[in-house]
Design a binder for this molecule. Structure first.
Ligand code: NZQ
Ligand code: ZN
Length: 392
């Protein structure tokens, strides 16, 4: 096990009706908030009315900024920064999914950043200060409700880059599984693929003596798969959504990755797809992950046998680890198929013409500074291209 520093302070308020007391929860922290949300699902579901009534009742003044798109855009972040400065906002309340929360975090640090906030994403420089961000989660997926991360798309440059800082961990996050009932089935599937990937990126490692986190990862993955199928069958299954919501936070608040080298190649490869083709993050991951597994497993056969047996329930001969692993990967692909997720890039409408460009961007080769991605196996742009080709 490696040394680690674990600090995950986001307060999670879980359960029915918790969003109704958002005003009281925020009152000690805010006099004037920015209410930030997406394209309208919160108005359709009635959540907007609940939240604004609660803020008003608690005497919290607020201004609004809506219109966050999936793969949240830099231009709206810039608008939000100006609005917060002008209106002297002291807290941002993000009501939505990862895109809204990530946009809120970008605005929160942009208010104090002296310069264009995109510089922070490009240079990964340390930020000194950010406005507090509170969230009401409406989709279990990105884990942004407890992470210190934000991923923003620069639509002019066609780049999607993540940034992380402990200062961006939300002050508090409300998670009422009933708010997930209105999600379309494809969003459920994208979210599950993303949550599973957050575990995979930490689980697949060459670090040894990681019994506890191995077990936590495996339990989280099995919880996600079992309950995803239940929620897929019945989109109003409160208990299934509860398990998914809690597992999504555990998957990405850092705990299951402590003491182990992490991978993150699939996320790196996926961000290139989203940046150019504006596809859903989880859809890209569901396609790339089985391809990545096929490409890298020989570098750590034991790890992939463990996955096939402990997570995918494969039985087989110790003398034929390859067959066990291939069956594990096939079962994972089968699960994604049952969730309605595409299996190939062409299934997402992505052709072959820009694969090399994306591979070169993913490792920095396109910018003249190649750094391999991935922890379990280092991938250079030619490796990434092979993986894209495996799943085209
Ligand atoms: O915009 P509205 O109308 O609200 O619709 C949204 C959006 O179209 C809809 N939706 C959300 N909750 C709903 C709902 N529709 C009906 N009922 C509800 N209850 O779902 C669509 C997708 O929302 P989005 O916020 O984009 O989804 P998600 O949470 O998957 O976030 C994806 C973003 O998070 C980033 C991804 O790269 C992507 O940009 N990530 C952020 C991370 C982080 N900050 O730690 C880590 C992740 O790896 C990920 O990269
Ligand atoms: Zn993700």
């Amino acid at each position: 096990m490696l040394n680690f520093d674990f600090y995950a302070p986001a307060r999670i308020l879980f359960g029915k009706d918790e969003e109704k007391r958002i005003g009281d929860l925020l009152k000690p922290h805010s006099k004037k908030a920015l209410l930030h949300y997406g394209g309208g699902s919160i108005k359709k579901s009635g959540l907007y009315g609940t939240v604004t009534a609660s803020l008003k009742k608690s005497g919290i003044d607020f201004v609004e900024l809506s219109g966050v798109k999936p793969n949240p855009r830099l231009s709206l972040v810039r608008t939000g920064i100006e609005l917060c400065k002008k209106e002297k906002v002291d807290l941002i309340l993000a009501v939505g999914g990862g895109s809204v929360i990530d946009s809120a975090k970008a605005i929160a640090m942009g208010v104090y950043y002296n310069g264009d906030i995109w510089e922070v994403y490009e240079t990964h420089k340390t930020i000194e200060k950010a406005l507090p961000v509170a969230t009401i989660l409406t989709i279990p997926a990105a884990g942004s409700e407890s992470s210190g991360d934000t991923v923003i798309t620069n639509e002019e440059k066609r780049l999607k880059i993540g940034y992380g800082s402990a200062r961006l961990r939300p002050l508090l996050s409300v998670m009422n599984p009933e708010l997930f009932f209105t999600l379309p089935k494809e969003q459920l599937a994208y979210g599950v693929a993303d949550m599973m990937s957050h575990v995979f990126e930490r689980y697949f490692t060459n670090t040894t003596h990681t019994d506890l986190t191995d077990g936590l990862c495996e339990a989280t993955l099995k919880t996600l798969m079992k309950n995803a199928l239940l929620a897929h069958k019945n989109t109003r299954d409160y208990d299934a959504w509860s398990e998914l919501g809690f597992a999504g936070t555990v998957a990405h608040n850092g705990l299951v990755g402590m003491g182990r080298a992490q991978d993150w190649a699939c996320h790196g490869m996926e961000h290139e797809l989203s940046a150019i083709y504006d596809v859903a993050h989880g859809a890209g991951l569901a396609i790339l992950t089985p391809g990545w597994m096929r490409y890298v497993y020989k570098d750590n056969v034991n790890m992939f046998v463990q996955f096939a047996v402990n997570v995918m329930g494969v039985e087989g001969s110790y003398r034929d680890p390859d067959a066990v692993i291939q069956e594990g990967i096939a079962r994972l692909r089968d699960f994604f198929g049952k969730m309605g997720l595409p299996g190939t890039l062409s299934g997402l409408g992505i052709g072959e013409d820009r694969l090399e460009e994306m591979a070169k961007k993913s490792t920095g080769e396109a910018f003249g500074r190649e750094q391999p991605i991935g922890g379990l196996k280092k991938l250079y742009w030619r490796d990434v291209l092979e993986i894209y080709n495996l799943v085209k």
